[in-house]
Design a protein around this ligand. Structure first.
Ligand SMILES: Nc1nc2c(ncn2[C@@H]2O[C@H](COP(=O)(O)OP(=O)(O)OP(=O)(O)O)[C@@H](O)[C@H]2O)c(=O)[nH]1
Length: 880
C-alpha cells in the first residue's frame, strides 16, 4: 500500500474532505490540509479507529436491527382507442415500503424472552438452592457417619482392650499355676535325688539364679516330661502381646520361674518369631516337639455288657484290626461289627495292656430289677393260669374259646362282650382261668420268639373224628420246646364218628401219654358245640395249675407283658397287657419296652373301666407314649424321670442287640461254643420232603450226640419251611435243616432278619457229614450252595422237538443257562438237573434277570406244571 493524500482518501471513501479531516482529527491524526499525506500506518490507525467508533457508537449500524426497503415501480396503462384521439396512456406509480425488524427487537418477543429468561433464572436459582441443600445434607450425613464410626471404633477398641486384659489375667493365672506345679515338681525331684544321693545333690542341684545360664544337665525324666508339655507352654507365650512392659508382666512369669525349665534368652527371641508366625506348623526347636511317650499308655476302658469290635477299638484308641488280630490270637474269629460280650471284651482289653472297667449297665435298670427281686420275698398268692389253645386247623379251637367265653363271661357280665382285647378271664367255682385269645402255635411261638413267657398251660384241641394231624404234632413240639405242660381237649365228641381212644393212641405215639395210661397228661372229652365236658376241661386246667403251683406276689408295683397293641383314633396308643405280678393301678407310671406313660384308663375284656388289675388279669391300658411291641415287658416305675431314662437306654440297647441277634447259633461255631462251655445243646429243626427222609435224618443226626454235644431235633415235619418253623428256631436258638424243601417268603423274611442258620441238603449223607464235622470242629466245607435265582412257571407249552417248555417269570435274582437247576412244587424239590434251553422271544439267551419272562426247557424232564418254581443255583467257595 502506498501513501495517499487526504483528498484522495476522501474521494475513495466518498465523503467530503472536511468531514474526513474532522474524523482524522478525532482519530488522533494531525491532518489539517487536504494535501497532507497519510502513511500506511496512519491509514491502519484511522481504519481501526473507524471500526472502534462504529462498534462503540454505531453498534446498531454494525448489526442493523431494522431494515426498511422501499420499492417504486412505474408502469403505464393504455386505455382503449378513443376515435379521433388515439390511445390514452396513464402512468401508474406503485410504491412499496417494507420494514424488516429483527425478531429479537420485537417488543412482545423480547418481553417473552425476558420472561423466559426470568423463569430460567428462577429455575436455576432453585436448582442451585436444592444443590446447596443436598450438599449440606451430605456433609451432615458424612459428619454423622464419621462420628458413629469413631464411636464404634472406640467401643471396639475398648472391648478388645478389656478382652486383652482378661486374657492377660488368665494367662497370668495359668502361668502362676504352671510355675507352682513346676516348683512343686522340682522340689519333689530334688528331694528324690537328695534321698538317692546326698553327696552329689549338693553339687548338682543348686537352683540357678535368674540371670545365670540354665543348669548344664537335668535329669532325663523331668526333661522328657517337660518337653512334652512345652509346646503348650510356648503357645501361651505366643499369645502374649508384643510390647508388654516388664513391670506389668504377671507375677510368676519372671526368669527365675522359667529358667529351670530351660528357656534361655535365645529362646525368648525365638518366641518373638513364634508370635509372628503363630498358626504355622513349625514349632521352635524340634526337640521340644511332641514326642512319642517312652512308656506304653495304659488306658482305662469302660466295657458295657456288649460292645462291637469297632467301638471297643475306638475306646482304646487303636485300629479295629488290632482288636480283630488280638481276638484271632485268642482263637476267636470276629468281624468289625461283631458284638462281643463283656467277658470277651475284657480279655481283649487286658491282652492289649489296658485296664478294663466293667460298666454296670444302666444303674437304673439294675435298681428296678432289685425292686423286682425284693418281690420274691413278698408274700406270694396263687394266681390264675394263663392258657393258650393250640391244635390243627378246624379241630375247633375258636369254637371252644367262643363257647367258654359266651357261657362264662357273657352270661355273668352285664353289657356282654363289647371289647376284644386278646385275652379274657373266666371264673369257675374252683378259681379263675385266663385264656389268650390268639389260638395256634404260630402266635404262641412268635410271642416266645420275642422273649416273653406268657403261657402256663397249653390246651391241645384234637378233633375226635380226625385224630392227630400235622399241626397237632407241631403244637406238641412247640409246647415241649417251651416246656409248657399240655391238657388235651378231645373235641367234637358229640359227633357219631368221634373216636377219642384213637386220639389217645396217636398222641401217645408223640409221647403225650394220658394219665389213665400211666402218663402225665390229662385228656378231657369235650364238645364245643354242646358244651359237654367244658367244666371238666376248666377243672383239668385248674388241677394242672395247682400242680404247677402258680403263684405271684400281689402287693407290689405291677409288671407283666404286652399281648397286643394298636393306635386307635381318639384314644391314642392302646396296649392289651397281661399283669403277671403285683397290682397295676390307674395312675401308675409304666415303662413298657421303649415306651412309657401314665395309666390314664384301664378296661377289662368287657370294656368295663377298672381301677386295679392283679396277676393273670388281662387289661387294656391307655396313656402310653406310643404303641409298644407285642411281647414287650412292662413294669411300674415310681419315678417318671427314671422311666424316661430307662426307655432311652433300652432303645440304645435294642440297637446293639439287633446286631447281636445277627449272630444267632451257627453250625460253624458249634465247636467253638463247645470249647468254651461244658456241654452244648445243638437244637435242630428238620423239614423234609417225605416222612422217610425226615425219620432217617432225625435218627442219624440224634445219633451224632457226644458227651459234649447233645443233638436235639426239637421239631420235624414234612413240607416247606414256614414262619412258625422260623419263629421256633428263633425262640429255641435252633438250626433249621431243609431236606429237599425250601423256606416260604414269610419264613425267609424272619430267617434273613434274625440271621437264623438255615441249611439246605439234598443228600442225607451230606447233612450228616456236615453236622458231624461241625461237632468235631472239622467243618471245612469248601463249597456252599447258593441260590442264584428263582423263576415261577406261568404256562407250559408242548414243543414237538423240545418237549415241555415252561413259560416262566423270573421272580428273584437271575436265571443262567448253564447253571444247575431244581424244580420245586409247594416248596419241595421234585427234580434236579440242567436247563436244555433258555429263550426270550424265540431267541436263545444266556441269562434272564428278575422281572422278565422267558421260556425254559429242562433236560430229561417234561413233567413241569404251572405254579412250579425253578430254582437256579451254583456252588460257591466259602472262606472260613
Ligand atoms: N359237631 C361239632 N362241630 C364242631 C365242634 N367244634 C367245632 N366244630 C365245628 O368245626 C368247624 C371248625 O371249627 P373252628 O372253631 O373254626 O376250628 P378252628 O380250629 O378254630 O379252625 P381254624 O381257626 O381254621 O384253625 C366249625 O364248623 C365248627 O362248627 C364240636 O364240638 N362239635
Amino acid at each position: 500500500m502506498s501513501d495517499v493524500t487526504v483528498r484522495q482518501l476522501a474521494d475513495v471513501v466518498g465523503i467530503p474532505v472536511d468531514r474526513l479531516l474532522t474524523q482524522l482529527g478525532d482519530a488522533g491524526l494531525e491532518k489539517s490540509d487536504a494535501d497532507d499525506v497519510l502513511s500506511d500506518t496512519e491509514k491502519l490507525r484511522f481504519l481501526s479507529y473507524l471500526r472502534q467508533s462504529h462498534g462503540r457508537n454505531e453498534g446498531g449500524m454494525a448489526e442493523p436491527k431494522r431494515v426498511t426497503l422501499q420499492r417504486r415501480t412505474v408502469s403505464e396503462l393504455k386505455q382503449g382507442k378513443i376515435p379521433g384521439k388515439g390511445v390514452k396512456t396513464i402512468s401508474v406509480e406503485v410504491r412499496k415500503k417494507r420494514t424488516y425488524v429483527k425478531r429479537s427487537e420485537l417488543p412482545e418477543v423480547s418481553e417473552r424472552r425476558t420472561e423466559v429468561e426470568r423463569a430460567r433464572q428462577a429455575l436455576e436459582e432453585q436448582q442451585r438452592e436444592i444443590e446447596a441443600q443436598e450438599a449440606l445434607r451430605a456433609q451432615q450425613e458424612e459428619a454423622r457417619r464419621k462420628a458413629l464410626e469413631e464411636e464404634e471404633r472406640k467401643k471396639r477398641e475398648e472391648a478388645e482392650r478389656a478382652a486383652e486384659q482378661q486374657r492377660l489375667l488368665e494367662e497370668a493365672k495359668r502361668a502362676e499355676e504352671e510355675r507352682q506345679r513346676e516348683e512343686a515338681r522340682r522340689i519333689a525331684e530334688e528331694q528324690q535325688r537328695a534321698a538317692e544321693n546326698e553327696a552329689s545333690i549338693e553339687k548338682r542341684e543348686q537352683p540357678a539364679p535368674a540371670a545365670e545360664a540354665p543348669p548344664p544337665k537335668r535329669p532325663a525324666a523331668p526333661a522328657a516330661r517337660k518337653e512334652v508339655e512345652l509346646p503348650r507352654h510356648l503357645e501361651q507365650e505366643a499369645k502374649r502381646p508384643k510390647k508388654k512392659p516388664a513391670a506389668e508382666r504377671p507375677k510368676g512369669r519372671g526368669e527365675g520361674a522359667r529358667e529351670p525349665v530351660g528357656i534361655d534368652d535365645s529362646r525368648k527371641d525365638k518366641k518373638k518369631k513364634l508370635k509372628v508366625t503363630r498358626g504355622a506348623v513349625t514349632l521352635p526347636e524340634a526337640k521340644h516337639g511332641f514326642e512319642k511317650p517312652t512308656a506304653p499308655m495304659v488306658r482305662e476302658v469302660a466295657i458295657p455288657e456288649s460292645i462291637t469290635v469297632s467301638d471297643l477299638a475306638q475306646r482304646m484308641s487303636i485300629k479295629a484290626t488290632e482288636v480283630i488280630k488280638t481276638l484271632m490270637g485268642m482263637g476267636v474269629m470276629a468281624t468289625i461289627n461283631q458284638v462281643l460280650d463283656q467277658d470277651t471284651a475284657t480279655l481283649v482289653v487286658e491282652e492289649l495292656g489296658h485296664k478294663a472297667i466293667l460298666q454296670v449297665e444302666n444303674a437304673l435298670e439294675a435298681e428296678i430289677m432289685a425292686t423286682m427281686s425284693v418281690a420274691a420275698e413278698v408274700e406270694q398268692l396263687p394266681r390264675a393260669p394263663v392258657v393258650t389253645i393250640m391244635g390243627h386247623v378246624d379241630h375247633g379251637k375258636t369254637s371252644l374259646l367262643d363257647y367258654i367265653r359266651k357261657s362264662r363271661v357273657a352270661a355273668s357280665e352285664a353289657g356282654g362282650i363289647t371289647q376284644h382285647i386278646g385275652a379274657y378271664q373266666v371264673k369257675t367255682d374252683h378259681g379263675a382261668v385266663t385264656f389268650l385269645d390268639t389260638p395256634g402255635h404260630a402266635a404262641f411261638t412268635a410271642m416266645r420268639a420275642r422273649g416273653a413267657k406268657v403261657t402256663d398251660i397249653v390246651v391241645l384241641v384234637v378233633a375226635a373224628d380226625d385224630g392227630v394231624m400235622p399241626q397237632t404234632r407241631e403244637a406238641v413240639e412247640h409246647s415241649r420246646a417251651a416246656n409248657v405242660p399240655l391238657v388235651v381237649a378231645v373235641n367234637k365228641v358229640d359227633k357219631p364218628e368221634a373216636d377219642p381212644d384213637r386220639v389217645k393212641q396217636e398222641l401217645t405215639g408223640l409221647n403225650v401219654v394220658p394219665e389213665e395210661w400211666g402218663g402225665e397228661t390229662q385228656f378231657v372229652n369235650v364238645s364245643a358245640k354242646t358244651g359237654q365236658g367244658i367244666d371238666a376241661l376248666l377243672d383239668a386246667i385248674l388241677i394242672q395249675a395247682e400242680i404247677l403251683e402258680l403263684k405271684a406276689p400281689s402287693d407290689i408295683p405291677a409288671s407283666g407283658v404286652v399281648l397286643e397293641s394298636k393306635l386307635e383314633k381318639g384314644r391314642g396308643p392302646v396296649a392289651d397287657i397281661l399283669v403277671q405280678r403285683g397290682q397295676l393301678k390307674k395312675g401308675d407310671f409304666i415303662l413298657c419296652g421303649v415306651e412309657f406313660g401314665r395309666v390314664r384308663a384301664m378296661f377289662n375284656e368287657n370294656g368295663k373301666a377298672v381301677k386295679e388289675a392283679g396277676p393273670s388279669m388281662p387289661v387294656e391300658v391307655l396313656g402310653l407314649s406310643a404303641a409298644p411291641n407285642a411281647g414287650d415287658e412292662f413294669i411300674v416305675v415310681a419315678d417318671e424321670r427314671k422311666a424316661r431314662e430307662i426307655a432311652l437306654h433300652r432303645e440304645e440297647k435294642q440297637r446293639v442287640s439287633k446286631l447281636a441277634a445277627q449272630q444267632a447259633t451257627k453250625l460253624e461255631d458249634v465247636f467253638s461254643r463247645m470249647e468254651s462251655g461244658e456241654s452244648v445243646d445243638l437244637n435242630l429243626i428238620i423239614k423234609a420232603d417225605v416222612q422217610g427222609s425226615l425219620e432217617a435224618l432225625r435218627a442219624s443226626l440224634t445219633d451224632l450226640s457226644t458227651d459234649k454235644v447233645k443233638v436235639k431235633v426239637i421239631a420235624g415235619g414234612v413240607g416247606g419251611i414256614n414262619e412258625s418253623d422260623a419263629n421256633l428256631a428263633l425262640a429255641s436258638n435252633a438250626i433249621i435243616i431243609g431236606f429237599n424243601v425250601r423256606a416260604d417268603a414269610g419264613a425267609r423274611k424272619i430267617i434273613e432278619e434274625r440271621a437264623i442258620d438255615l441249611h439246605y441238603y439234598s443228600v442225607i449223607y451230606e447233612a450228616i457229614d456236615e453236622i458231624k464235622k461241625s461237632i468235631s470242629g472239622m467243618l471245612e466245607p469248601e463249597f456252599k450252595e447258593q441260590i442264584v435265582g428263582v423263576a415261577e412257571v406261568r404256562d407250559v407249552f408242548r414243543h414237538p422237538k423240545f418237549g415241555a417248555i415252561a413259560g416262566c417269570m423270573v421272580v428273584d435274582g437271575h436265571v443262567k443257562r448253564n447253571l444247575p437247576i431244581r424244580v420245586l412244587r409247594d416248596n419241595v424239590v421234585i427234580f434236579e438237573g440242567q436247563l436244555d434251553s433258555l429263550r426270550r422271544f424265540k431267541e436263545d439267551v444266556g441269562e434272564v434277570k428278575a422281572g422278565m419272562e422267558c421260556g425254559m426247557g429242562i433236560k430229561n424232564y417234561n413233567d413241569v406244571k404251572v405254579g412250579d418254581q425253578i430254582e437256579v443255583f451254583e456252588k460257591v467257595q466259602v472262606q472260613r
